[in-house]
Write a protein that binds this ligand. Sequence first.
Ligand code: NAP
Length: 247
Amino acid sequence: MKVLILGGTGEGRLLASELMTGGLSVVSSLAGRVSSPRLPVGDLRVGGFGGAAGLAEYLRTEGIFAVVDATHPFAERITANAAAACRTTETPLLVLHRPAWHPAPGDNWTLTPDIPAAAAQIAPLPPHTNVLVTTGRQETSAFAGLPQRFIMRAVERPDGELPDHCEILLDRGPFTLEGERRLFAAKDVHKLVTKNSGGPMTAAKLTAARERGIEVIMVQRPALPESVETVDDVGAAVAWLARLGAN
Ligand code: NAP
């Protein structure tokens, strides 16, 4: 009864560890984009499956009993592929996504549907505006051509074209509140652009922004495929597998 965990997140690694401790057979899958990823315990496969059809083929040939999609809430394509492949092969599927962030008193958030819409919010601001962008390495070219001064923080160097005034900070969470306060002060950050990734590891920037009265341009999560079962913590995913009779 092998369980496939679609990973690339802390939740994926924690789930692999919990299931292994419980004696389950687990294989984790990573996209293979990050040069030195944090690795889960147990069996690992790396790289795309070749779309939904490739994933369906993998589920059949490997005799996968159930799939837990523990990918990042913004990893939209693999989540859609998992839903389609599991439907085709009648494999049970659970999506494990950490809870989203919600604004606290004193927050000043502007919600946007995607990164190009976030860039459109920045475009009319004065050129001397310092904008911290923490939306990851993908789609940062949406900001190319804008005159503002950008600080882009990501695990790997952003893909594609970048704005003329752009400092890259290669860094990976967790980030502390003290560290975020220092960063916001040192770079004199005026605006923060981020995705609603959720979870505690990267939430300190929201507190730092609140303390400085900074507007946060918050990119909303993409919608999930229809009728997928979803939980927001690892314990609930373990319980779901137990109910399925995984052993
Ligand atoms: P995506 O746009 O949803 O997926 C693009 C393609 O990458 C998929 O169609 C699939 O290729 C392959 N892929 C993605 N996740 C995979 C996995 N866990 N195992 C095997 N193949 C995978 O994904 P993404 O946003 O680029 O994210 C890639 C990975 O980084 C995910 O594992 C995600 O959890 C992690 N991550 C993403 C973000 C983010 O903000 N997007 C942040 C932190 C971590 P095929 O179609 O060929 O199967």
